[in-house]
Write a protein that binds this ligand. Structure first.
Ligand code: AMP
Ligand code: ZN
Length: 154
């Protein structure tokens, strides 16, 4: 016999870290997930050196830069890891990737085609989970660039 689950079963019974699955609330304040530092930065509750923001994403300097240019592009929505993203996030993730080279260039870490060959450049990185080296469980795209050597390889 089939058990009929309530339509919102997976929202109400999921691990709270998977708040990305919850219905989106338009109130900025209520999107803050407890103890999530990037939710708090996105809501302006904790200061950050912001370099870009719009309705969907915010970008700010990493507090411990690993390269001369090191910014984090962070969706305002609390998506814990890349593994929690789904089809509804496709455009958001695409926008984050398209934003990366623009911010890198604005901050002095851009890539250029030149007559002498490729110049400059940056790295984009998303760490996912413990084995992926993730420390902050709110999805973010690292953008690292500028002249080498960098402080550390990530
Ligand atoms: P990850 O290991 O991919 O989760 O990276 C988390 C990054 O967030 C690290 O590079 C930290 O230096 C950075 N970070 C942590 N707290 C802050 C903060 N308050 N402001 C800016 N960057 C931060
Ligand atoms: Zn968050």
């Amino acid at each position: 016999m089939w058990i009929r689950w309530p339509a919102d079963f997976r929202y109400r019974h999921f691990d709270p870290r998977h708040a990305a699955l919850a219905p989106k609330n338009t109130e900025k304040e209520s999107q803050i997930v407890d103890n999530c530092i990037f939710c708090k930065i996105a809501a302006g509750k904790i200061p950050a050196k912001t370099v870009y923001e719009d309705d969907d994403v915010i970008a700010f300097h990493d507090i411990h830069p690993a390269a001369p240019v090191h910014v984090l592009i962070v969706p305002r929505e609390h998506i814990p890891t890349l593994a929690d993203a789904n089809e509804k996030h496709t455009a958001l993730l695409g926008r984050m990737m398209v934003l990366a080279p623009k911010l890198a260039a604005e901050l002095g870490g851009g890539y250029r085609h030149t007559p002498e060959g490729p110049m400059g450049g940056f790295k984009t990185l998303v760490n996912s989970g413990p084995d992926g080296g993730q420390e902050v469980y709110h999805l973010h795209l690292h953008v690292m660039g500028g002249p080498r050597p960098w402080r550390s390889e990530r």
